[in-house]
Design a binder for this molecule. Structure first.
Ligand SMILES: Cc1ncc(COP(=O)(O)O)c(C=O)c1O
Length: 399
């Protein structure tokens, strides 16, 4: 399998982690060599309800027995997508009532950018430095990371950048701006939280100049930060909300939500302004519905904050400078990038799954399933601390 993996399946890096997966359950991924790996990453925040959650599996199986795909998005009335978008609207503030379901986060971002241009008749889109919104051309064009974008030029025009949390930059949002797009919590940049009413001030500036605010909740959304959506902490409502990742507990999906008045513009001039074959797929929408029902009926979301406290208590070490983030979206910032890298690799050898962040190389990603138990958190953190203790001894011995 390892050989065929490299030979036939296109790689994203020359050094994939390469765990050979047999099955996954709860907080563990089981490999074909019989080992159990404690998962502190959850498919990069996509498996909020843990692996193979029985409620999600039942919902998927029930739908499989009825129908899988009958028509392209939006033509037929299909109960799973309708029930899902209704329940989502019931859990969002006005005027976020209408959802367009697509296949991935990056597609949702592209479609939200199209909606903003269509609705305002303007072209300029403002994004934040060090943002990450996905890898299709629209989302990629929002990046300012030269190494990642240079080979793919020309990107889409009229994209400008401001510095996240920098109030002076808000003057750059003007009557020419169609939309400002921001991650509610910056992920790849190092789990940076908005400070000093930043998002509210961006929204106020957008309103003053007639621009739309798009918030990307693809990573923090669906309970990860202790609220269903993390913008709820910051006393504002975006014009367009972009969602994905944990939405269907590990099946591919994305979506964007806006007011009816905004969203209806995508169905005319031109008709079918954004179309997709599989968006709203009934099997995936059933998984999304079961996910949202589970999140909104239980205590998992509130527990994310208690679990955050436990992580913060346990992850104290001389080689850890800071733990950033909110809820179960945590970045452990190490003394340097080499330490972070070694911890991820040594943890893998000790059956604990950790991961890196895209830009902040000193960070170790911790984004476990929301269903992780306290005992599992303690077990994983013990491994991290033991690895760091050994490193500290090695560093001392070298001095
Ligand atoms: C904040 C954010 N936006 C967009 C995306 C892109 O989503 P997808 O990988 O589903 O296209 C991601 C994925 O990591 C993300 O974290």
């Amino acid at each position: 399998m390892q050989e065929d993996f490299k030979k036939y399946q296109a790689q994203t890096t020359p050094y994939p982690l390469g765990l050979e997966v047999d099955y996954a359950k709860g907080s563990y991924i089981y490999t074909t060599d019989g080992q159990a790996h404690l998962d502190f990453v959850a498919g990069v925040s996509a498996c909020g309800l843990g692996h193979s959650n029985p409620k999600i599996i039942t919902a998927i199986k029930n739908q499989l027995d009825r129908y899988m795909h009958v028509m392209v998005y939006g033509e037929y009335v299909q109960t799973p997508a309708v029930a899902y978008t209704k329940l989502l609207a019931e859990n969002l503030p006005e005027p976020l009532t209408k959802t367009y379901l697509v296949n991935s986060g990056t597609e949702a971002v592209d479609a939200a950018m199209k909606l903003a241009r269509r609705a305002t008749g303007r072209q300029e889109i403002i994004a934040a430095k060090n943002c990450y919104h996905g890898n299709s051309f629209g989302a990629l064009s929002l990046m300012d990371y030269e190494e990642r974008i240079a080979p793919f030029r020309p990107l889409i025009p009229e994209i400008h950048h401001i510095t996240y949390n920098q109030l002076d930059d808000l003057a750059e949002i003007t009557e020419k701006t169609a939309a400002v797009i921001l991650e509610t919590i910056q992920g790849g940049a190092g789990f940076i939280l908005p400070q000093n009413d930043y998002l509210k001030k961006v929204k106020t500036r957008c309103e003053a100049v007639g621009a739309l605010l798009i918030l990307d909740e693809i990573q923090p959304g669906f309970g990860r930060t202790g609220k269903l959506f993390s913008f709820e902490y910051y006393d504002l409502v975006p014009d367009i909300l972009v969602i994905g990742k944990a939405m269907a507990s590990g099946l591919p999906i994305g979506g964007f939500v806006a007011s009816s008045a905004l969203m209806d513009q995508l169905s005319d001039h031109p008709k079918m302004s954004h179309i997709t074959t599989f968006g709203g797929n009934p099997v995936i929408a059933s998984a999304a519905l079961a996910t949202l029902q589970e999140l909104t009926s239980g205590t998992l979301i509130a527990e994310a904050l208690e679990k955050e406290k436990l992580f913060r208590n346990l992850l104290q070490h001389k080689l850890i400078k800071e733990v950033r983030g909110k809820g179960l979206m945590l970045g452990v910032i190490c003394e340097n990038a080499e330490i972070a890298n070694q911890v991820v690799l040594e943890a893998k050898a000790r059956n604990l799954i950790l991961f890196w962040l895209l830009y902040e190389k000193k960070a170790i990603r911790i984004s476990p399933p929301l269903t992780i138990s306290k005992a599992e958190i303690e077990k994983g953190c013990r491994v991290i601390i033991e690895i760091l203790d050994k490193m500290e001894s090695r560093i001392k011995a070298d001095c």
